[in-house]
Design a binder for this molecule. Structure first.
Ligand SMILES: [Zn+2]
Length: 539
């Protein structure tokens, strides 16, 4: 009775959600926070089992959700965005009732949910899913055709949420431990999803591809890619042994792909060096051609960069180094470590994915082309920084922060590398971070405190400055009569990052803070080491 009452109350809006900013709605909060109807159960397993009918642009099927009860409750929040519709919900042979409001569906469970129990339910659903407007950013289903007129279809849904095409617990904090994905498609086509292909079932007009992911996976990482694919493969001997590399491309691009995808082993060599073993050996690694630019779908990274180096052929850093690698292979695969293995709990902390992955681009350059080249690259990307709003977004509302999370994020980490002053140690910090947070969802505070501890530096003010404000520290200085006078302005309280400078012929560290300091120097001109992301001003 009590639970039923709560169920009705929560459905009709008596849920307490204290938000000062009125531009956000209750729907944002239900989508973006760990609601009471989400927090009592822990995801264990999904089996998503669907049919895709390309001619109708229609999908139908079911998702079986197995979960562990963490505390007693019998109302479960499941997300599925209109126009997709739940047809029915079944648990242990019984049909369950549910109430729907927008993309939130509150399911009333009949069976007593006892702490520690594993229970399951199956959600049957169908509909014409939202078509992607500008995949992968404004995602959904991309219903395209290849140059031979065959269907060429893919999903993408970061930010928007996987509930745009299948029913699930659409919040990043909780991941299943493993997942099966079965997709029925017209017989002439293939479906490539995440993990490993276990079997293909065939009838007169269709084929069903059964994929299995043997690792935790976040919702937006789950994908279907349907096309007239050809396949080739190779093995990579990595830090954890033999890794299967599988490639699925359109037949017309096979030769180009065989050439361009030679960068995959180069990527693995660089990233295993810097970050430790590829995080999903059990699931292999795939590159899958799609009709949009690309996305970090776990163990089936999608690729649409036109088989050329750079970002659609351009160098985002304008240093020349950006044309030495295929941006999509390197960037999206970097996300296997930062996004798929280490995943944000809340999209407000998306810099954990994009800052570290943008930084991984320059570590790839570092590994293959040297430290100078990597500095040119990451510093070159600085001109893309807007400082329009903070990198950290709004918590509990599914709102990400500034797109500065990419290149400001990368430059924050490049600056931090200078503070560590020991590249072997810095590499160890990055490897330890991947070990510590392996296959976990985390908050920025966890990452910040890990980095403070691992580098043996109090980075509280450093991260406060760069992640939560748009202010760039400015070193103000005067040189007069053999004395250098300096201080920081435009800083948060307590910001006192040391910085390397060159005065005359000598390089040295100085230790600025908000207060003026003076020290004797030889020389009349000061240059801040370009590796530090600060500004300077001679008074
Ligand atoms: Zn990215």
């Amino acid at each position: 009775m009590r639970n039923s009452l709560l169920f009705i109350l929560s459905l009709f809006g008596v849920i307490c959600y204290a938000q000062r900013d009125l531009s956000y709605t209750k729907a944002d909060f239900l989508r973006g926070s760990i609601t009471p109807e989400r927090e009592w159960w822990d995801l264990n397993y999904y089996h998503l089992d669907i049919e895709v009918e390309p001619d109708k642009k229609f999908i139908s099927g079911q998702n079986t959700i197995r979960y562990k009860v963490l505390k007693e409750n019998n109302v479960m929040q499941i997300d599925l965005q209109p126009p997709m519709k739940i047809d029915k919900v079944i648990s242990e042979g019984e049909e369950l009732t549910y109430k729907s409001s927008g993309n939130v569906h509150l399911i009333l469970l009949n069976k007593e949910q006892k702490k520690g129990d594993f229970n399951a339910l199956t959600i049957f659903y169908s509909g014409y899913p939202k078509e992607a407007v500008r995949a992968p950013w404004d995602g959904g289903f991309s219903w395209k055709k290849d140059s031979n007129g065959n269907h060429f279809i893919a999903t993408s849904c970061q930010g928007l949420g996987a509930s745009v095409w299948w029913p699930n617990k659409d919040h990043m904090y909780d991941e299943v431990d493993s997942m099966a994905i079965s997709v029925k498609v017209p017989k002439a086509l293939m479906n490539i999803s995440n993990g490993r292909l276990r079997k293909v079932e065939e009838d007169t007009t269709t084929k069903t591809y059964h994929w299995f992911v043997n690792n935790p996976i976040n919702n937006y990482g789950v994908n279907v890619n349907i096309g007239d694919y050809v396949h080739f493969d190779e093995k990579y001997m990595g830090e954890k042994g033999e890794l299967d590399l599988d490639y699925y491309v359109l037949p017309e691009n096979l030769e180009k792909a065989k050439e361009q995808f030679k960068q995959t082993p180069m990527m693995l060599e660089a990233f295993e060096h810097w970050f430790g073993p590829y995080p999903f050996y059990e699931d292999g690694f795939k590159l899958v051609e799609v009709p949009y630019l690309g996305m970090e779908h776990q163990s089936s990274v999608t690729y649409g960069n036109g088989y050329e180096n750079g970002y659609r052929g351009t160098d985002l850093s304008e240093s020349g180094w950006g044309l030495k690698f295929d941006f999509i292979i390197i960037h999206e695969a970097g996300h296997e470590w930062f996004a798929n293995s280490i995943t944000y709990k809340d999209i407000a902390d998306m810099w954990i994915h994009e800052g570290f992955t943008a930084y991984s681009e320059n570590l790839y350059v570092d590994y293959h082309f040297g430290k100078q080249a990597s500095a040119d690259y990451v510093i070159g990307t600085r001109k893309r920084i807007q400082n329009d709003k903070p990198i950290i977004g709004r918590y509990n509302l599914n709102k990400k922060g500034s797109s500065d999370m990419y290149y400001k994020g990368a430059n924050i980490l490049h600056t931090l590398r200078q503070l560590v002053e020991d590249d072997d140690k810095w590499r160890q910090v990055l490897r330890d971070m991947n070990k510590t947070f392996h296959h976990q969802t985390v908050t920025t505070l966890q990452v910040e405190s890990f980095l403070s501890k691992a580098t043996e530096k109090d980075l509280t003010a450093f991260f406060e400055q760069y992640l939560r404000t748009t202010k760039i520290p400015t070193l103000e200085y005067k040189i007069k009569d053999g004395k250098l006078k300096y201080r920081y302005t435009n800083i948060v309280e307590g910001f006192d990052m040391p910085v390397q400078i060159k005065i005359g012929d000598s390089e040295k560290w100085i230790f600025p803070s908000a207060k003026w300091k003076t020290e004797p120097v030889k020389g009349n001109s000061l240059q801040v080491d370009r590796d530090f992301y600060i500004e300077s001003k001679s008074l």
